[in-house]
Design a protein around this ligand. Structure first.
Ligand code: PMP
Length: 436
């Protein structure tokens, strides 16, 4: 397989962009370079060497409509007609917030941000401003963006889990040691640990933040009663319950995991697919809490690029699509075909693979035969087999991102039909044969 053009563009980019990538994790370890895309349409992307791939990364969960969806393209043309209107409120910002308040259970107010990282950063400031407390209870294996507040204690290396609970692990150089003092890491799916921490830190903790489905450790699901249990414990302790739905939002319903699991947090962050593939995230929550944002209250949240018109119009188009009857039935039908097909291929090739799933996203966890309840359970997954599988899939025209070899998340879009999934499975048959 020739990747001459990609290799040469990558070499050139490395001279002017650190590592040749604009997002550190965009280097795909399985390919030993980033995927350099030329164009996309529906469920397919074509790379700069002219090869076509079925895309099972889907913009890390942002491309839930696939690539180049006509409704999103029409929204972009409308933004051009209106003159882009940089840094203004428009009639569309209010309209979008109204629709989100109707769809998302905890949303009585909405504030828009660009990335999910910005959303969680400002949302934590809101929690701190509202409660007057600084500590954050968080869950190991969960991810909430790259800022100094929460890029701590989430993904400690294997062997450092016990140390992480004494001294939360800073996940990047440059994060001051003092920031770790504010973070209390807890195991997922463990109500006893949460109860003990909430009792111990009730006077100091502003919120308990978690991914309701832990996609950033391979799609680990909350056990029955866990989210409801956290709701009760947080109420009792007077600590805000914060669902980071940047990944889970819109994946299985318009209301997100809080609708899917029937537990309403005090606030949530949403993002990724919200902008129909354009940058847009949001903080949603109870009115009394959200009205602590300036200019009503005293918590600052501002930005030149908050709610840019092209993203807002694309988001309105996105919501039209997800609210269309049959949208989630189609998304589920394609997903079920893929998941069942992967299970069958794994069985036939005698490969131990689990694909925990919620909505249109799933994990690929190799060689962990036991139940997958929390971060510790996936730490022993087979990194080499995962990377070999992704490499073999790429050679056969199926694109998965590698996330540095971590068990993370992969997924599909409304543009993936059951026939496309059959085609992907045909191509993946050989990839399973390679890694068995
Ligand atoms: N929270 C969660 C749960 C996420 O999955 C992500 C992105 N993977 C983020 C926050 C950060 O979002 P962004 O990449 O848009 O900054």
């Amino acid at each position: 397989m020739s990747d001459t053009v990609a290799r040469s563009l990558y070499e050139r980019a490395r001279r002017v962009i650190p590592g040749g990538v604009c997002s550190s994790t965009r280097l795909n370890r399985a390919l030993d370079r980033p995927f350099i895309a030329a164009r996309g349409e529906g469920c397919r992307v074509v790379d700069v060497d002219g090869r076509e791939f079925l895309d099972l990364c889907c913009g890390h969960g942002a491309a839930l409509l696939g690539h180049g969806h006509p409704a999103v393209s029409a929204a972009l043309r409308r933004a051009v007609e209106l003159g882009h209107l940089c840094a203004f409120e428009t009639e569309y910002t209010g309209a979008l917030a109204e629709r989100l308040c109707r769809l998302i259970p905890c949303a009585e107010r909405v504030r828009f941000t660009g990335s999910g990282t910005e959303a969680t950063m400002h949302a934590v400031r809101l929690c701190r401003g509202y409660t007057g407390r600084d500590k954050i209870l968080r869950i190991e294996g969960h991810f909430h963006g790259y800022h100094d507040i929460l890029y701590i204690g989430g993904h400690p290396p294997a062997g450092e889990l016990a140390a992480n609970r004494r001294q939360p692990y800073r996940e990047s150089a440059g994060i001051p040691a003092a920031m770790a003092e504010f973070v209390v890491p807890l195991p997922f799916n463990d109500l006893e640990a949460a109860a003990a921490a909430l009792e111990r830190h009730a006077e100091e903790a502003c919120c308990l933040i978690l991914e309701p489905v832990n996609f950033n450790s391979g799609g680990l699901l909350p056990e029955p009663g866990y989210l409801a249990g956290l709701r009760e414990l947080c109420d009792r302790a007077g600590v805000l319950l914060f669902f980071d739905e940047v990944q889970t939002s819109f994946k299985d319903s318009p209301g997100g995991a809080q609708q899917d699991f029937g537990v309403t947090p005090d606030l949530c962050t949403i993002g990724k697919s919200l902008g129909g593939g354009l940058p847009l995230s949001a903080i949603c929550g109870r009115a009394e809490l959200m009205d602590r944002f300036k200019p009503v209250g005293d918590v600052q949240h501002s930005g030149t690029f908050n709610a840019p018109l092209p993203s807002v119009l694309a988001a309105l188009a996105f919501l039209d699509e997800v609210e269309r009857p049959g949208f989630y039935e189609s998304l589920r039908a394609a997903g079920e075909r893929l998941i069942a097909g992967l299970a069958e291929l794994a069985r036939r090739h005698e490969v131990v693979l689990q694909t925990p799933r919620h909505g249109a996203r799933m994990g690929l966890v190799f060689d962990c035969p036991g139940p997958l309840r929390r971060y510790d359970d996936v730490l022993g997954h087979n990194v080499e087999r995962l990377l070999a599988f992704i490499r073999a899939a790429h050679e056969r025209g199926v694109y998965f991102h590698d996330y540095g070899g971590a068990p993370c998340h992969h997924g599909w879009s409304i543009a993936h039909s059951p026939a496309d999934m059959d085609e992907a499975l045909d191509r993946l048959d050989g990839a399973f044969a390679t890694v068995r």
